[in-house]
Design a protein around this ligand. Structure first.
Ligand code: NAD
Length: 335
């Protein structure tokens, strides 16, 4: 049976809640789940500093339920979770810099609210199947490359510490309370609907915006190594993680097809942009960011391949080309 037919069997007619579903990855996941015949509900607070945007679900508004609410408000959670078969838990504060200047907000969303969500699951829907979006940021500066799931966890910023707490809560509730959860540690994810307004989600968003508006973009440093997952590959990993019983209680890295230096990434973006681009300039890495930079990173993705058979298939160049094509049409809705 094809992967799509298997997913249709798993998710068709099922009730699915996506926290952060108006955001970049959550909305792409919502679109995929609607195609598979799931009944999708979204909870999102559309806070302007985060990546939520109603345009992300343009054309599908009547096909799913969108609840504008904040996962920090515990009282709204039981009603949202009631009767749901799956929870894709993606609501998060994603900016590393904001987590250093406004640590309380990061704590409330990425740590405190995660515990509230799991408590609501335990008390009101313990049979729900949960997938949590964690981050490679929790590893901190790698001791070795590629980074596997056994690598020490030494976050270098407040965001990494709170995301680590979030994933630990999920594993604890899975182990002790039977709220079956899987944790995915995402690396840089790129694709249509990523935040391009500023660098709060990733610096690549700003690069894309500059390319599409015909301005030169800035590369800081340039030698750092990174891996990138296309959002379509990431969505497939979320679906597989939710569908497969062998994923329960486990943590998996998501990696990309190979890895590149930021300079190589810039060249790939320039190539993806075709003739209409103004190139890029290279400057030193800013001192305030250097303090929380993790240096080189790329993930070892062998575990998820062994256990779930997931492996990224979209190259960085392809993902960049799709994203540039999307924003050539859609940019005004994302500024
Ligand atoms: N994009 C990446 O490269 C990346 C990398 C590592 C981890 N992640 C994780 O994946 C998840 C999704 O990230 P994304 O890139 O789609 O970001 P995003 O900002 O586009 O999506 C997050 C969504 O959560 C919503 N949200 C935030 N706080 C909320 C709250 N208190 N109540 C309700 N909704 C709230 C936002 O409005 C937004 O729509 C996040 O948890 C993030 O930490 C993403």
């Amino acid at each position: 049976m094809s992967a799509a037919s298997q997913h249709r069997r798993t998710f068709g007619g099922k009730k699915v809640l996506i926290t952060g579903g108006l955001g970049f990855i959550g909305s792409n996941l919502a679109r995929a789940l609607l195609r598979l015949g799931a009944e999708v509900t979204i909870i999102d607070n559309l806070f302007p500093r985060h990546g939520g945007n109603r345009r992300n679900l343009h054309g599908l508004e009547k096909k799913l339920e969108v609840i504008i609410a904040d996962v920090r408000h515990r009282r709204s959670l039981p009603a949202c979770l009631a009767g749901k078969d799956f929870l894709f838990n993606l609501a998060g504060q994603t900016s590393h810099m904001d987590s250093m200047t406004d640590p309380d907000t990061d704590l409330e969303i990425n740590c405190r609210a995660q515990l509230s969500i799991l408590e609501a699951c335990r008390q009101h829907n313990p049979g729900i199947r949960v997938v949590f979006a964690s981050t490679r940021q929790i590893y901190g500066r790698p001791d070795y490359l590629p980074v596997d799931e056994k690598h020490p966890l030494r976050p270098v910023d407040v965001n990494g510490i709170n995301k680590l707490a979030g994933e630990e809560y999920h594993l604890l509730y899975s182990e002790v309370h039977g709220v079956r959860s899987t944790v995915l540690r995402l690396t840089n994810t790129i694709g249509p609907r990523m935040r391009v307004k500023d660098a709060r989600q990733t610096f690549v968003g700003v690069w894309i915006k500059e390319v599409v508006t015909g301005k030169p973009f800035e590369v800081w440093g340039g030698a750092q190594l990174r891996d990138f997952t296309s959002v379509d590959d990431a969505v497939e990993a979320f679906l597989l993680a939710a569908a497969r019983p062998e994923a329960v209680g486990r943590v998996f890295n998501l990696g990309g097809v190979g890895h590149v230096s930021l300079r190589e990434l810039a060249d790939l973006l320039v190539a993806a942009a075709g003739r209409r681009h103004a190139g890029y300039t290279v400057r030193a890495f800013p001192a305030d960011r250097k303090k929380i930079d993790i240096g080189d990173f790329y993930a070892d993705g062998r575990l998820i391949e062994q256990v779930l058979g997931w492996r990224p298939t979209t190259t960085v160049g392809e993902a960049l080309a799709q994203t540039v094509a999307f924003y050539r049409k859609e940019l005004p809705h994302y500024l």
